[in-house]
Design a protein around this ligand. Sequence first.
Ligand code: ZN
Ligand code: ZN
Length: 78
Amino acid sequence: MRAVTPSADGCEECLKTGDAWVHLRLCETCGHVGCCDSSPNRHATKHFQQTRHPIIKSFEPGEEWGYCYADDLFVETL
Ligand SMILES: [Zn+2]
Ligand SMILES: [Zn+2]
């Protein structure tokens, strides 16, 4: 697992449209930053559906957990 560079400080799509988000998720494949499933637009999940990049990591300060969509698996520390 190599480190990726986050593409933005917030959800890329929400920043463009001016929408709000609850939490942020970082795509471990390409560095896309998207909002979580508690957010109105759920861009992290949409990013997986569009790209099939399976692994995300929490982009919240102090949170290290990750999640794999393909395996529906939570990882405490990624
Ligand atoms: Zn979003
Ligand atoms: Zn990605």
